[in-house]
Design a protein around this ligand. Structure first.
Ligand code: CAO
Length: 360
């Protein structure tokens, strides 16, 4: 999207191009190149782009969003050929420039890699690449999230009864819609939240003049961490308390489809109140999940495993167990509250009949 020339743009136009990314920009192109290989190689890669870049007065005009991308990618605006109105530099122009630069930089890397003897060559070879848009977002949000004092609470949950129930229900699924463990777990979390509403709240950190507050939220909008072709995304299922487990499954499938096609909407991705991250559908027993900034709790689920256990008459039986790892914001949630909430969810999962009894 293009914009008219703002006072900010005029200032950019008036200043020498190399200041556009800030005089102390940590991502000066040259520095990026030094972390990869020789200065000469980078300069020649960069020079190619410069050779084709226009020198019209409007070439250095662009929107704040594009300037942000330029800064993040360590690109000087004067090096980029603008294809917008009056040669203005658009987002696509910057991405094209970065792709060409990185491609050029990686060629000598690939060529020399072919010549190296892996048995004797001890020299490290590095290559600097830009973050994807989802990684850039994750970089910001996760850095902010880790300012929250987390604590971890973990437990092992017996999912034997739930496995049997799920298998039975899936065999009888009339419309072919299958239920996964996750769909039951999301419902169990919502049912437990009815008794622990603090865990559905968000923190308003306050300021020097305003005391911190908890903002209680009525609707359980449960986020699902999803591994998508673009990277980690966390859409949420709105108002889980009002949905059946089948309906949760259908909504989860809709979100997964949209995520796969890169079509999640802003509504899908905002307004979450607590998150469930099922790493177990990929693998791994334990995970220490990181809070979403506007939430105070997150549940990480590990892969179900069949293990030997003792029944009440000391006979060895088979059990399916899954690890549940909760992270919570220790500024507002204490360990006892988290443990009680975890126990409540465990009880619903271990005895699915109890969960059914609570359904409206
Ligand atoms: N243990 C064992 N099996 C599991 C399981 C678990 N914890 N979770 C799911 N499964 C099973 C499902 O029941 C299903 O089995 P069937 O084919 O027999 O029915 C199969 O694995 C495939 O499940 P799925 O992945 O299609 O569905 P899901 O609803 O369980 O999970 C989703 C959906 C989107 C959460 C998952 O695909 C995903 O992206 N997980 C990764 C989340 C992630 O990256 N978390 C880390 C965040 S922090 O970086």
């Amino acid at each position: 999207m293009q914009s008219e020339i703002s006072p900010e743009d005029e200032a950019v136009l008036a200043s020498p191009p190399e200041q556009a990314g800030g005089p102390n920009s940590p991502q000066q192109p040259q520095r990026a190149a030094e972390s990869f290989q020789s200065k000469e190689t980078f300069q020649s890669a960069s020079q190619d782009a410069v050779d084709t870049a226009p020198d019209g007065k409007h070439a250095s005009l662009t929107t704040p969003a594009v300037r942000g991308i330029l800064k993040a990618q360590g690109v000087n605006i004067a090096d980029v050929r603008g294809t917008g109105k009056d040669d203005r530099v658009l987002k696509e122009d910057v991405y094209k420039f970065v792709a060409a630069r990185d491609d050029k930089l990686s060629k000598p890397f690939q060529a020399s890699a072919g010549r190296r003897d892996p048995g004797t060559d001890q020299a490290q070879v590095e290559k600097t690449i830009a973050l994807t848009p989802v990684q850039s977002q994750m970089f910001k949000t996760m850095t902010r999230s880790l300012n929250i004092p987390h604590f971890l609470y973990g437990d092992e949950v017996d999912v034997t009864s739930l496995s049997t129930l799920r298998r039975r229900l899936n065999l009888q699924a009339a419309n072919g819609q299958k239920l996964s463990f996750l769909h039951f777990i999301i419902k169990a979390v919502s049912l437990a939240l009815e008794d622990f509403p603090t865990l559905n709240a968000r923190v308003e950190a306050g300021s020097e003049r305003q005391a911190p507050k908890l903002v209680m939220r009525e609707k359980h909008n449960i986020g699902i961490a999803m591994d998508t072709p673009q990277g980690l995304l966390v859409p949420n299922i709105k108002n889980v308390a009002s949905r059946s487990i089948l309906n949760i499954g259908a909504e989860c499938n809709r979100l997964q489809e949209r995520a796969k096609d890169g079509k999640l909407s802003v509504t899908d991705l905002t307004g979450g109140t607590i998150t469930v991250s099922n790493i177990g559908s990929i693998g791994g027993t334990y995970v220490a999940p990181v809070l979403v900034q506007s939430e105070v709790a997150i549940l990480g689920i590990g892969k179900a495993k069949t293990v030997p256990a003792f029944d009440d008459q000391d006979r060895v039986i088979k059990k399916d167990i899954m690890s549940f790892s909760w992270s919570a914001d220790h500024r507002v949630v204490d360990g006892a509250t988290m443990a009680r909430m975890g126990e409540r969810v465990r009880a619903f999962i271990e005895e699915p009949g109890m969960m059914m009894a609570r359904l409206r």
